[in-house]
Design a protein around this ligand. Structure first.
Ligand code: AHR
Length: 332
């Protein structure tokens, strides 16, 4: 049972976007803030999660659940979306607010439509921390912080690699995640920033909904529509890129030679495909930030300042050798 608390949000004046939350415990006889692990009371954390979506999501959500354990002082209530449906997430979010959890972690299936929920949490003085996915419009006053690798920067690096690979230009396809997901817009933004002014030509952009099966079927269709005159594919996640590689091969083209495929995530399967030459470039989008989230939760409950965006470092891998070097110890 969470200790009843009163949170007063004080906007940090020094650092723009830094938000500090001061905690005035008003439980009967309590008076002690009991951040995770600090007392025999467990800190209740409502995790409004995405649920089954692919290898990256599995790694991320498992890491969060493995971090916020009872031994660490937390009672983590995991609420995955029903079939990626935002309404099921909003319902879970509302239940957590009504239940009076101490903190809410949110990985949003959709970027927009969160204002009312976030304002309700604010009125209930329950801090919200965004994991991975951002919200649109982005109002940093509605949440403590967002913890994620920098999608714009990651995609800029993918685009810069592609421009370098094709100095004389080439036709490319973009396989996007689902429409309405914040990271899709951020990845398009970063990629476009890098390829603007280059000789690369986008012949098609279509969602394949993060899936290998759709990545394959969409690529099959687009290769046919372009008479196989495609030299590069930017897949916004690993699964879609792995599906595209199958379609490239079935079209009689050689991945890595006729068509270079670049992906984002850095899951084991993609790193193996990079080592095998099926993929040409994989940019990690590191999902293992559970410890960072725990640190932020404790800071927020202790009233410490927290930056409004905590960027998780992520590496790029541009060769089979680079992939081989990390495969054995890959954690996801
Ligand atoms: O929000 C992160 C994205 O969601 C990952 O790149 C993708 O694999 C996941 O489904």
């Amino acid at each position: 049972m969470a200790v009843q608390r009163r949170f007063t949000k004080i906007l940090g004046l020094a650092a723009v976007g830094a938000i500090s939350i001061s905690l005035a415990a008003c439980s009967s006889g309590g008076g002690e803030s009991d951040s995770g692990g600090g007392s025999d009371e467990l800190t209740t954390v409502g995790f409004v999660a995405v649920g089954p979506e692919g290898a990256w999501r599995e790694a991320n959500e498992t890491n969060v659940q493995d971090t916020f354990t009872e031994d660490a002082g937390f009672d983590l209530k995991y609420a995955p979306a029903t079939n990626l449906d935002q309404k099921s997430q909003i319902d879970a979010f509302t239940s957590f607010v009504d239940e009076g959890v101490d903190v809410i972690l949110l990985s949003a299936t959709e970027a927009s439509g969160w204002e009312d929920s976030l304002k309700r949490a604010q009125e209930a003085e329950i801090p919200v921390i965004l994991l991975d996915r951002g919200i649109e419009p982005d109002d940093t006053s509605l949440y403590v912080t967002r913890i994620a690798p920098d999608n714009v920067e990651v995609a800029k690096e993918v685009g810069a690699w592609a421009v370098e690979q094709f100095p004389d230009g080439g036709n490319y396809i973009t396989l996007e995640g689902p429409a309405g997901v914040g990271v899709v817009n951020e990845r398009n933004e970063g990629w476009n920033e890098s390829v603007e002014g280059s000789k690369l030509v986008q012949v098609a952009a279509q969602t394949a909904n993060w899936s290998a099966e759709e990545g394959k079927s969409v690529t099959e269709t687009l290769l046919k529509a372009n008479n196989n005159d495609v030299q590069m594919i930017f897949a916004q996640n690993d699964e879609m890129g792995l599906g595209a590689a199958q379609a490239v091969e079935e079209a009689g083209l050689k991945p890595g030679v006729d068509v270079k495929i670049a992906t984002i995530d850095g899951t084991k399967a993609a790193m193996q495909a990079l080592a095998d030459g099926q993929l040409s470039y994989v940019h990690e989008y590191n999902p293992l930030f559970g410890e960072t989230a725990l640190d932020v939760v404790n800071k927020a409950l202790e009233g410490d300042s927290v930056e409004s965006y905590i960027i998780v470092p992520s590496e790029a891998f541009d060769s089979a050798e680079a992939a081989q070097a990390v495969l054995a110890d890959r954690k996801y």
